[in-house]
Structures are given as C-alpha cells and as structure tokens.
Design a protein around this ligand. Structure first.
Ligand code: ADP
Ligand SMILES: O=C(O)[C@@H](O)C(=O)COP(=O)(O)O
Length: 429
C-alpha cells in the first residue's frame, strides 16, 4: 500500500464494523483516515493519510490466532511510522474469559515495551460510560444490558478490572474518575504509581468526552492503548491540539453516488437490529432466513437469491437471519453456538456475493461478524470514509475492488436509530 508520509496513528480493530466506527470517529475529529481489510498488500494504492485502521476479524477467534494477526498488523503500522497504536475493541468489551482482549493486549504490550497500558471502552456518544471500572450501557450496567444475550460473547460482569484480569497475564489496575477529572498530569502520576507497583494495564474511567480528551493527551505519549471509538476520539483530539496533525475536513468524495441496485443484510441479533428490521418491513421487502435450514446445510442462500433478484429493479430488499434471544438459544442448543454462527455468516457471505454478481452496488450489512464474513467474501481491500449515517456508522466507499465503485455501510449490531436501513440507503446514492 502506498502511504506516502509517516502515519501519526495506527489502529488495529478486532472487527470490521468496529473499524468503520473508529475510522468515522477519527475522520470527524480531523484525521485523514483509511480503513484497510487485514494488513494491506504492498500494491494497494491509497491516498496520503494521518491514520490507518487495520480491520481484523479477531474478536471471536481462538486467542493464539488473534494474537498473531494483531502482531502482524502492529508490525506493519509501526513500520509505516506509527508511534502509537490503538487496539480497538468493542465499546461493550465483547470478549470471553479465554480472550481475546487480554492476550492481544499482553502481546502488543510486550512487543512495544509499554509499561502500563490505558484501557477504556467508554464512548459516551453511544451511552457507553465507565465509572469505578464498571461499564454502563445507557442507564444499566453491562451485565443487565442486552449484551447479556449476545450470541457469541454474552457479557455477565460489568466490572472491567475483573473481566480483563481474567483474560490477561498482567496485573490490572484502575484510574478512577476523580483522578481523570484532575487532568492529564494527575493521570500520568497515577499511571506511573501503578507501573511502579508492577501493574501492566489500567481500566480508566470516562463519562464525558472531556474525560476522553484528558485520557488522549496521556495515551498519545505512550506506545499502546486499548479502547473503543472514545479512546480514538481522545487520541485524535490530542494529536490535533498538540499540533502533531493538522485537522482536515472530511472529504465528500468518499460518498459520491454510484447508483445501481441496493440491498441490506442483517445477521445481528441485537435488540436494536431486531427493531430496525421490524421498521424496515414497512418500506421494503424483507426475507427472514431459516437458521435451522442454514445450519443443517440446506441452500438457504440460493433461496434468498432467487427471492431477491427479481425484486432488485424495484428498490432495496432486506434479508435477515436475525432472531430473538430465545430463538437464538434454541438454534444454538440444537447445532452448537460456533457452528450455527459460522454457518449463518457463510450463508450471508454467499448471499452478498450473489447480490453483487446480480449488480448490487450499495450494500448495508448489520452485525460485526456478519460484516466480516461479507467483506472478506467480496474481497474488498479497504474503505474511504464518507458521511455519517448514525453515530459510529459511516458510508464507506470500497477501494481497490475489481467490480468498480461500491458503497457499503457496516453497522455494529447495537448502533443506529429505529429507521437505520432507510436512513443508510437515503445517504447511499
Ligand atoms: N438466528 C440466529 N441464530 C443463531 N445465531 C445467529 C442467528 N442469526 C445470526 N446469528 C449469528 O450471531 C452472530 C451475530 O454476531 P454479529 O454479526 O457480530 O452481530 P453484532 O454486531 O450484533 O454482534 C453471528 O455469528 C451470526 O452468524
Ligand atoms: O465499539 C463498538 O461498539 C463498535 O464499534 C463495535 O465494535 C461493535 O461490534 P459489533 O456489535 O459486533 O458490530
């Protein structure tokens, strides 16, 4: 990939929707940003940028693989001049006790020789705040939020010091809000104190964007941080306010019209996505896939394509595998959690491939793992960031694809307003 000048910020995202969320945040904060899928090939030509977000699909894979892929991304980013690397995780800390946040953080920390790593998933704009190390999703602790029912990584503990300690070999500390409120010097002093006690990473509280700005000023002087888009916001604002990056307005070219048929795919089973699908039923044809048929190897993808193709000329269609928590639990009990998830993701990828072959140029995908499977199948090497559809979800222009211009939106399951699918298509012309 041609990245002409040295990049100021390197980012490794553990899923593709998370990467586009972060790329969106960095762009809005004034950084010229590109999102790549995996470590870019040497011949992928991209414009000069301040930040590169390498998207991995490493959130729900075996920890050893997540570590080796993240290390390769880190090596590439640092070889392009990134002095700081942000490991972008989910704002709801999606992970299991077997990983992958802890193991990846430990490996990246060892590689760059960081003393104590600042960690926060806070992203106040989407209601994710951290207080006394406890993550809140809106008004409720993480373990009472819909994340308790996530199909792959149900979250049952809101205390992130405990959660990370179960995953990491490092001792985990806390920098609480009282210290953050006192400013960057107080955070630096507390971090030095923790490092002196042998603590390798600290969850840091943040409730408002100003807390993230304080955290960003401190983190930017370190080699590694771990967090969600809020950490990206803090880092980006620090790079701009300290004059390390000149703020640039987002380019409108990335979202320029492509025309052609449009389609939506939903594999997320989040409450937000279920509501968005229900609302989409009023404005576009919706096909609900049968997860049992997919998991037992029936060709649901061909059935979906036969349904969709004749309708594309009349307007967008939506194809969804999404089900309620009870139905998801029943499918998983019959077929196994990973087998069901994988089979459904691959069916979504088959459908996406067939839709693009049928001429679809505008594609909205709901769900992080689902988006990963789809984007991989379409062999898209990278994205430029266009306008924001909803907080954390930009219009993306695919770069380096053989089939020519294409617009996508990769929606984190939990993000977007009730009319998200129409909102997205309204901005993807
Ligand atoms: N009806 C269903 N039953 C069981 N698993 C499902 C169903 N529909 C989708 N899945 C799986 O659930 C997971 C949803 O994860 P993801 O796409 O990351 O969504 P989110 O962004 O909400 O986390 C995927 O592995 C997907 O294949
Ligand atoms: O930080 C976030 O919440 C998102 O950027 C994100 O990573 C969401 O993941 P998915 O819900 O799996 O899309």
């Amino acid at each position: 990939m041609t990245v002409a000048a040295k990049i100021s910020l390197g980012c490794i995202a553990d899923d593709y929707t998370g990467a586009s969320d972060l790329a969106n945040t960095l762009t809005r904060a004034g950084l010229r940003t590109v999102q790549t899928i995996g470590v870019p090939a040497d011949d992928l030509a991209l414009p000069e940028v301040d930040a590169v977000v390498v998207s991995l699909k490493s959130r729900s894979i075996e920890a050893g693989l997540a570590v080796s892929r993240s290390r390769a991304a880190d090596k590439w980013l640092r070889s392009r001049g990134a002095g700081h690397v942000l490991f972008k995780i989910c704002s709801t800390f999606d992970s299991t006790d077997a990983g992958n946040i802890g193991p990846v953080m430990d490996a990246l920390r060892a590689d760059c020789g960081e003393t104590a790593v600042l960690v926060t998933p806070a992203f106040p704009e989407t209601g994710r705040t951290v207080y006394q190390g406890n993550l809140f999703v809106g008004a409720v602790p993480l373990n009472e939020s819909p994340l308790k029912d996530h199909p792959l990584n149900p979250m049952h503990d809101s205390n992130l010091v405990r959660v990370l300690a179960r995953q990491s070999k490092a001792q985990i500390g806390l920098v609480d809000l009282a210290i953050v409120t006192r400013g960057a010097d107080a955070v630096r002093a507390r971090l030095a104190e923790l490092a002196g006690k042998g603590i390798g990473a600290a969850i840091i509280d943040a409730v408002f964007d100003r807390d993230l700005e304080t955290i960003g000023l401190v983190a930017a002087q370190h080699r590694l941080s771990v967090g969600a888009s809020g950490m990206g916001l803090g880092l980006a604002r620090a790079l701009v306010s300290t004059g390390k990056v000149k703020s640039t307005a987002a380019s409108s070219e990335a979202g320029a019209a492509v025309g052609g048929p449009a389609a939506c795919l939903a594999g997320s089973c989040s409450q937000a996505t279920l509501q968005q699908i229900a609302n989409a039923e009023r404005v576009m044809p919706v096909l609900h896939l049968d997860p049992d048929r997919i998991t037992t190897g029936e060709d649901e993808a061909q059935r979906a394509l036969a349904w969709a193709k004749p309708r594309l000329a009349d307007g967008p269609v939506l194809i969804a595998s999404s089900s309620t928590p009870d139905q998801v639990a029943a499918v998983q009990a019959r077929h196994g959690r990973d087998a069901a998830g994988h089979a459904i993701e691959q069916a979504m990828a088959d459908i996406a491939e067939g839709l693009v072959q049928a001429g679809v140029k505008r594609l909205v995908v709901a769900g992080g793992e689902t988006s990963g499977a789809v984007v991989d199948r379409l062999k898209i090497p990278g994205f430029l960031v266009g306008v924001e559809i909803a907080v954390g979800v930009p219009v993306l222009r695919a770069v380096g694809v053989e089939k020519g211009d294409m617009l996508l939106a990769l929606k984190s399951g939990n993000f977007g307003g009730p009319e998200f699918f129409s909102d997205a298509l309204g901005l993807m012309r």
